[in-house]
Design a protein around this ligand. Structure first.
Ligand code: PLP
Length: 243
């Protein structure tokens, strides 16, 4: 057995255990394989093991792998989807729409409008998640959920006809006590419930939260999608390519 298939088996067992502990069916939690820094061949190997949803965090990096993965994204039977989960600058919206099957890191109205325009030109309806910042760390990406801009984005999203809003994404703070991580996940779910009530035209079913170190907590707190890199592919070397 390859390292990857062993890792996947171990991960699946841990996900199943977390679901059982939370009294949730396994089918409620989608596994996104975060393949950033790993080559297209690794993505293909993961796809052969049945993984279907991949996360990448840089437009440029994925552009270098996309051609090689094209055949895997066309064939209906085992096709894979690749979403962008890293910060996107508005000026790269068109390239991102061409490359990705979904953008899970929408963090401004301006970006949403650019993506909508680009998706229109590509005759696509693009699945998107709104990235919410729930940590005080300066480095964290996402939209402050209490801000006027968040309200404006949520108000406007249903009218952006080429976007298909599906839910929310957050990244928990690193290296904090478990209680703080849990509070972050709980807070994302609370915002989702509040916004789903306040903006009934929006569908916000997806809660993308939890990574290698904290996915079990996220599942307990209602994650419908977990984003796992290291636990599947191993430790990453630092990224050195273009931004
Ligand atoms: C890299 C990354 C992950 C995966 O992190 P691991 O700890 O390796 O599982 C998840 N989400 C985002 C947004 C990431 O950038």
């Amino acid at each position: 057995m390859s390292d990857l298939s062993e890792n996947l088996e171990r991960l699946e067992a841990a996900i199943a255990q977390a679901c059982r502990g939370a009294g949730r069916p396994r089918a409620e939690v989608e596994l996104m394989a975060v393949s950033k820094t790993y080559p297209a061949a690794t993505v293909a190997e993961a796809a052969a093991l049945g993984l279907a949803l991949f996360g990448e965090n840089r437009v440029q990096e994925f552009a270098g792998k996309a051609a090689e993965l094209d055949p895997l994204r066309q064939c209906a039977a085992n096709s894979i989807c690749v979403h962008l989960i890293g910060h996107l600058q508005s000026n790269k919206a068109m390239r991102a729409v061409e490359l990705f099957d979904g953008i899970d890191s929408v963090d401004s109205l301006r970006l949403a409008e650019r993506l909508n325009e680009a998706a229109g030109k590509c005759a696509k309806r693009l699945p998107v998640l709104v990235e919410v910042k729930l940590s005080f760390e300066e480095s964290k990406a996402g939209l402050d959920p209490d801000s006027v801009e968040a309200a404006q984005l949520l108000e406007r999203l249903p009218d952006l006809a080429h976007l298909d809003p599906r839910g929310l994404m957050t990244i928990a703070p690193f290296g904090v006590p478990e209680a703080e991580t849990r509070a972050c996940f709980r807070s994302l779910r609370a915002w989702r419930d509040r916004w789903a009530a306040a903006y009934p035209r929006l569908s916000l079913d997806v809660l993308s939260m939890g990574m290698s170190g904290d996915f079990a907590l996220a599942i307990e707190e209602g994650a419908t999608r977990i984003r796992v890199g290291t636990a599947l592919f191993g430790a990453r070397s630092p990224y050195t390519g273009p931004a």
